[in-house]
Design a protein around this ligand. Structure first.
Ligand SMILES: [Zn+2]
Ligand SMILES: [Zn+2]
Ligand SMILES: [Zn+2]
Length: 758
């Protein structure tokens, strides 16, 4: 007996080889019918015996192609028909444009095999791709996602490519960037002035790399600057030209085996590296690794990624060594996507430019992830994730745009039950970055097919992101408190509508009282929050300068902890600081001039890290705090006491006793690894105590852990494990805990606050 089913599949199912896979599966099982793309995803009409349809449906749900993400699959019975076979039906031309463009996908096994097969017509072709892999978001000009609406439109497919493109059972059926050496994009090598470099472009680039030179490489979402990762001289040259003093560089390996020779990789790290998203994965570097120390100075970690385009594979193979691959931009500027940008903005940086004629329209930096407590956490959500939406537990009433903050900026656009976080824009200190924020927002609006009616921004009065947001035409502009946005973003990820206890620990965020917040425990829902607890503030003599020159903040904190008489003479941190300098800084504090107070947990990490590591300066954001967490030795015993003042409203978490204990340990000669471990445990314990005390009064709501500090494995694992027995604890996974994730939270808070408006 023949039965029928209409199966509707939602999620990222277009442009990822879903229909050819459905066709192959149907033909394999002897199911007849049709499949088509529609506005919401993919619809299948299937006919066959009931048992066969059941296993067909089950396999549709369980075995989708690697790049697909099935968020929903529902079916209903359909009147039986008896079509001769299973075919692809023309796409529905729905008025609704809300079609999911997939993220860019790393080269698949099958294409990699063709790339290396001398008998294949795409042997050595740097742009081989199929429905399972290749560029997507970065080449999409418009929706629906179709070749004509991508930057592949100017390339007319040759006969053989066109045949693949039109054959439903082919791996290249409707692979929009499908190409071959006859008809597709071409690689070329240029000198810095744009002149052609003769000969094979890959060979020219590889020779330059071997000679210690810098090569700009056009990737999926922009240009990289590459150099030999095993050469100290090459890495130093890149640092000097890029004006990047100390921040770690990412390293690209050709294979997983090569990556394993550089760092210790667990199963989760290997899976992440080899996933279609192919992010940079932070891992612990092996001591004997063949890697220049200058790649990640003084860090036990290294950011690794695998070659993810055919061009990377060819280049890595020809170079025969791991390569530094860092975004091609100067400090603070957005990533360069066009040859003109490389020539103008990066003049003097690369010696050779390896580029091609397939344009990039959506800048997209490499994503960064780390395995924490056995689960991958995305720290920078960009290539490979964007524009995959986050499903919302409660649909937004009107389209909402969140403009993020001024650091690690990324925007987010929500419509209906989906929120689309945009790619990483970066820090907004350069003018170009502000323009990049607006362009990112416009692009999301175009691809999703809506105009935002509500625009959300951070409360900080000096934030450029907030000024830009207020300048956008919209019916409503909503300012959202920074840590509330962090908490709401974690709620969104886990489908929570509140109330929750949100632990938001980060550097600094503007509070509605006009002071800097940063270590906040909030009882929150999407509408608002009650501030349950905060951290004792750290004075910042000289303001922002004290965030760079961390010894200033450390001096102020020590004065606070020791009632003005800390034993500075016994502390290596102050060894090189002249007495008049100390006195001048103290006068700032005493007079309360240019000495703002910040409650950021990150600032306390700076203070303890500066003390324990005798580091006077933080050369880039988070340097001291990261070093402090990396140095902590799990085998060291003990925890420092951190007081909690329950007599205040909000409660105040007070690390002064811990600071006094740490000073004792420094004077006793205990090393940084033990002191750091005791500090981390103290912070974890105090946090657990505060959450327990708050939960007792508020009926044990779920707990979310958010803010940049929860990229620190000690904190994230420690607090989550400590609360686990009695609490539902949620950490970030697919949305960054840091400021790269706040736009999602802004969107939900702004929606909640404007739902009642006409
Ligand atoms: Zn492929
Ligand atoms: Zn072709
Ligand atoms: Zn933040």
């Amino acid at each position: 007996v023949i039965a029928g089913r209409r199966i509707e599949i939602r999620g990222t199912v277009q442009g990822v080889g879903f229909r050819p896979w459905v066709v192959r599966l149907a033909r394999e099982l002897g199911v007849a019918g049709r499949v088509r793309n529609d506005a919401g995803g993919v619809t299948v009409e299937a006919f066959g015996a009931e048992g066969v349809l059941e296993s067909f449906t089950r396999r549709l749900r369980r075995e989708p192609p690697a790049g697909a993400d099935v968020s929903d699959l529902v079916w209903q019975p359909l009147r039986a028909e008896a079509p001769a076979e299973f075919a692809v039906a023309p796409s529905e031309q729905a008025a609704e444009r809300r079609v999911a463009i997939p993220p860019d996908l790393a080269i698949c096994e099958a294409c990699l095999a063709e790339l290396g097969d001398p008998r294949d017509r795409r042997f050595g072709y740097p742009f081989v791709n199929c429905t399972h892999c290749g560029p997507r978001f970065t080449i999409a000009l418009d929706v629906p996602y179709d070749r004509a609406a991508t930057t592949m439109a100017p390339f007319r497919m040759c006969e053989r490519c066109a045949r693949e493109y039109g054959e439903p059972a082919d791996r290249r059926f409707h692979a929009q960037p499908n190409a071959c050496p006859t008809c597709g994009p071409r690689l070329r090598a240029e000198d810095p002035a744009g002149g052609a470099v003769p000969g094979d472009p890959i060979a020219a680039a590889a020779a330059a790399l071997a000679a210690g030179r810098i090569v700009a490489v056009k990737g999926l979402g922009g240009f990289h600057l590459a150099c030999d990762a095993t050469s100290e001289a090459a890495v130093a040259l890149l640092r000097a030209r890029k004006r990047r003093d100390a921040k770690p560089f990412a390293v690209m390996a050709r294979t997983l085996a090569e990556a394993e020779r550089i760092a210790w990789l667990g199963a989760d790290e290997r899976r992440l590296l080899a996933s279609p998203a192919a992010p940079i994965v932070l891992a612990r570097r092996r001591s004997g690794a063949r890697l220049a120390g200058g790649v990640a100075p003084e860090s036990p970690l290294v950011g690794l990624l695998l070659a993810y385009t055919p061009l990377h594979h060819l280049l890595c193979a020809a170079a025969g060594r791991p390569l530094v691959m860092t975004s091609a931009n100067l400090a603070g500027e957005p990533i360069a996507c066009r040859e003109e940008d490389v020539r103008a903005r990066l003049a003097g940086v690369p010696d050779v430019v390896l580029t091609h004629d397939r344009a990039i329209v959506g800048p997209c930096e490499d994503s960064v992830a780390r395995v924490i407590g056995g689960a991958p956490v995305v720290m920078r959500r960009s290539r490979g994730w964007v524009p995959r939406p986050v499903p919302l537990a409660r649909p937004v009433r009107r389209p909402v745009l969140g403009c993020g903050g001024d650091f690690k900026n990324a925007v987010c656009l929500a419509v209906g039950a989906l929120a689309y976080p945009g790619p990483h824009v970066g820090d907004l200190d350069a003018v170009e970055a502000g323009e990049a924020l607006l362009e990112s927002a416009r692009r999301l609006e175009r691809l999703v097919g809506v105009r935002a009616e509500v625009v959300a921004h951070d409360l900080h009065p000096a934030f450029r992101s907030a000024a830009l947001a207020r300048g956008l035409p919209a019916a409503h502009h909503v300012g959202v408190q920074h840590h509330h946005a962090h908490v709401a973003s974690a709620m969104a990820e886990h489908g929570l509508l509140g109330p929750v206890l949100g632990v938001a620990y980060d550097g600094t965020g503007w509070g509605p009282d006009g002071t800097a917040w940063g270590g906040e425990v909030l009882l929150a829902d999407l509408d608002g929050f009650e501030r349950v607890a905060t951290w004792r503030p750290v004075a910042l003599p000289g303001g922002e300068r004290a965030i760079r020159e961390v010894w200033r903040a450390a001096l102020a904190a020590l004065d606070d902890a020791f009632a003005g008489e800390p034993p500075l003479g016994a502390l290596a941190l102050f060894a090189g600081v002249a007495a008049p300098r100390l006195a001048a800084i103290r006068r700032l504090c005493d007079a309360d001039v240019a000495c703002p107070r910040a409650r950021g947990v990150g600032r306390w990490f700076d203070v303890f890290g500066a003390l324990g590591l005798a580091m006077q300066e933080s050369r880039f954001e988070g340097e001291v705090a990261t070093a402090w967490s990396n140095v902590a030795d799990p085998a060291a015993r003990g925890a420092y006491p951190v007081a909690i003042d329950f007599g205040r409203a909000p409660w105040e978490i007070d690390p002064r006793p811990a600071l006094r204990a740490a000073v004792d340990d420094v004077r006793r000669g205990d090393g940084a690894p033990a002191i750091a471990a005791r500090f981390h445990r103290g912070v974890v314990r105090a946090t657990i105590d505060v959450v327990r005390a708050a939960a007792g009064r508020h009926g044990r709501p779920p707990v979310v852990l958010t803010g940049g500090c929860f990229q620190n494995p000690w904190l994230a694992e420690g607090v989550a494990e400590g609360l686990a027995p009695g609490f539902a604890v949620h950490r970030h996974r697919d949305v960054p805990p840091g400021d790269g994730g706040i736009a999602l939270g802004q969107v939900l808070v702004a929606d909640a606050r404007t739902r009642a408006c006409a």
